[in-house]
Design a protein around this ligand. Sequence first.
Ligand SMILES: [Zn+2]
Length: 246
Amino acid sequence: MNVVVSDCGLTSDVISLCHFFGTRQVPAGLADLIQLGEVTTGPPSFPLIASLKQVHSTRVVVIDSPVKTGTMIQCDGDALVTNQPQLVLIVRTADCVPVLLVDHESGVIGAIHAGWRGAVDDIVPKTIQACVEQFGSDVAHMHVAIGPSIGPCCYEVDEQVIEPLQAAYPDWLGVLQEGKGGKGKFDLKKLIWHQILASGIPELQVERMEYCTSCCDDLFFSYRREGKVNGTMMSGIMLPAETVKS
Ligand SMILES: [Zn+2]
């Protein structure tokens, strides 16, 4: 595996290609390379990097042809999918959920930033659907890793979140532990996990990393714990040239 931040990032077992879930120990300079909404040149092991201006939307940006440094991609969005090799798809999180996916058969990858709003609005199923519609991926062949995010231990929400969740998701009691005063503990990762299984991806091909970004202050930034954005973790995935089928 050829991962630029492997020394300070986490990888999952379910995806066997170049990918990482970053921690707060991002190598100096890497964050500066990322130009939001633009394809930039990365270190030698990451020839090109694509990132987005994340806006808690359900917009999926599809990159289906070769890109060059300096190319503007659709700026606002919260998911990237591509069939292009040697292009690192990056998402940034600091409590929200980073989700990485791959279909080895069709040679397609995706990276998703899912906060509560995007998750309730189905950004993850919509990204999976984009892989199917745009690249002919088969959900039976897709592997997904759900990365570190705020856990239900630390994610108390009120009616601002609970009401949209209840409206969108009939099984909301399975992901929300109701508390006093109209509040509840929300398991955002579990909601996303359910949505992925409901999309048809086999359970054995879905991994959930149970780290809580708020609990693990040595590893992660946390907007909820710190009360402001001190920094974000970067997570990424790339198709090496040799894995792409013609
Ligand atoms: Zn926690």
